[in-house]
Design a protein around this ligand. Structure first.
Ligand SMILES: C[S@@+](CC[C@H](N)C(=O)[O-])C[C@H]1O[C@@H](n2cnc3c(N)ncnc32)[C@H](O)[C@@H]1O
Length: 358
């Protein structure tokens, strides 16, 4: 395998993966009305964490960030009229409605993409359907787009359009090519200086353990960060294997084909119908071994080094100063898999990225 920058990954999708992309999308075209989703749209997407308050010794699930915070961080109220947002996997379109009605964005600057038109459709048993057309009228029509995210570059109504903010909640898990599509979205639809926040990102290799694969994904983000990319990644504690990928766009390309490719023999995982990726282990191995894991022969990442860290996740601790040394020692295994609240301060992280420009 020659690891060179040969253009975006999606340009090299094998035939088998193209078929899987079409088949997976076909499933999603009816998944809402078949009530297969737990989340079907929201006025304010939420990132939640499991927060252990050391002072009170209680752990609570708590909102730590979300769509509202993203808009408020990136667009002061007086800049909202030209602020553009793309929601990938917008469900029934409630988020689009909120962006217009609550945050003051104009419909021409809002786009949501979905596999299925679920406006006014009962998608959660016993829950009143939300009909974007009724709520917002004809002005919202062009903002609600039914298209395959894995194939968004071919969507005529998005051709040439870029966005200040791209969000995706509970959707990347349904894509067949999560890594190739991440790159495609970043390169083609994110405006320079814009931010994308994608939940549910996963990189699968032919290896036996998705948790080990996650070490490759974090190695990939660490490599890109070293190059100067502005990226923050952490695992979602409620699922473990899925990763939040937050990135601000700088002028350089991701050029992922230097680091990842589609597996040549079997490009699709049999059970999940997702792409299987080959990894440039010579480059990413020394980064992957900094994360805890058993490792082994490729495609597993190398065994972890002695000073390895756990993959950061939305397991958080707060008020550590209330624990005595003895309590800290007793709770060391728990603390090892948690991060201080400051590390998950996404708002400050994005603000620091923005300030780094000036
Ligand atoms: C579980 S719902 C999440 C809705 C909303 N983001 C939320 O968090 O409440 C998944 C959404 O992603 C869409 N979706 C899944 N796979 C897709 C694909 N390949 N292309 C476009 N939309 C897709 C579904 O149609 C649906 O709108």
């Amino acid at each position: 395998m020659l690891w060179e920058d040969t253009g975006e990954l999606v340009g090299k999708r094998p035939e088998q993966l193209r078929s899987a992309i079409a088949a997976k999308f076909a499933e999603q075209e009816t998944a809402g009305r078949e009530k297969k989703y737990g989340a079907v749209g929201s006025l304010d997407y939420e990132l939640s964490g499991f927060v252990w308050d050391c002072a009170e010794n209680i752990t609570k699930r708590e909102r730590i960030f979300g769509l509202r915070d993203l808009v408020e961080t990136l667009a002061p109220v007086d800049k909202r009229d030209c602020f553009t947002v793309l929601d990938l996997g917008c469900g029934d379109g409630q988020s689009l409605f909120a962006l217009h009605a609550h945050f003051g964005l104009s419909w021409e600057n809002i786009v949501g993409v979905t596999a299925e038109d679920s406006r006014g459709v009962e998608v959660l048993a016993g829950t009143e359907p939300f009909d974007l057309r009724n709520a917002a009228g004809a002005d919202s029509e062009a903002s609600y787009v039914v298209w395959n995210i894995d194939d968004l570059v071919s969507c005529p109504c998005l051709r040439g359009r870029t966005f200040d903010l791209i969000v995706s909640w509970v959707t990347w898990i349904w894509l067949a090519d999560p890594v190739g599509t991440l790159e495609m979205i970043y390169e083609n639809f994110l405006r320079s200086g814009g931010v994308m926040m994608l939940g549910g990102v996963q990189l699968l290799t032919p290896g036996p353990d998705p948790m080990e694969d996650q070490r490759w994904l974090f190695a990939l983000s660490d490599f890109l960060i070293k190059e100067g990319h502005q990226i923050k990644c952490f695992a979602d504690a409620s699922s473990g294997a899925y990763t939040w990928w937050i990135q601000r766009k700088r002028s350089c390309r991701l050029a992922l084909s230097r680091l990842v490719s589609y597996c040549e023999d079997t490009s699709v995982h049999e059970l999940s119908h997702k792409a299987l990726y080959d990894i440039n282990a010579d480059v990413l191995g020394s980064l992957a071994c900094r994360y805890a894991g058993a490792g082994g022969d490729y495609p597993l990442p190398p065994r972890a080094i002695a000073a390895s860290a756990e993959i950061p996740s939305t397991r958080i601790y707060d008020n550590l100063e209330f624990l005595s040394d003895a309590e800290r020692a007793r709770n060391a295994p728990t603390l090892k898999i948690q991060v201080p609240r400051s590390e998950l301060d996404v708002k400050s992280c994005i603000q620091a990225w923005m300030e780094s420009d000036v």
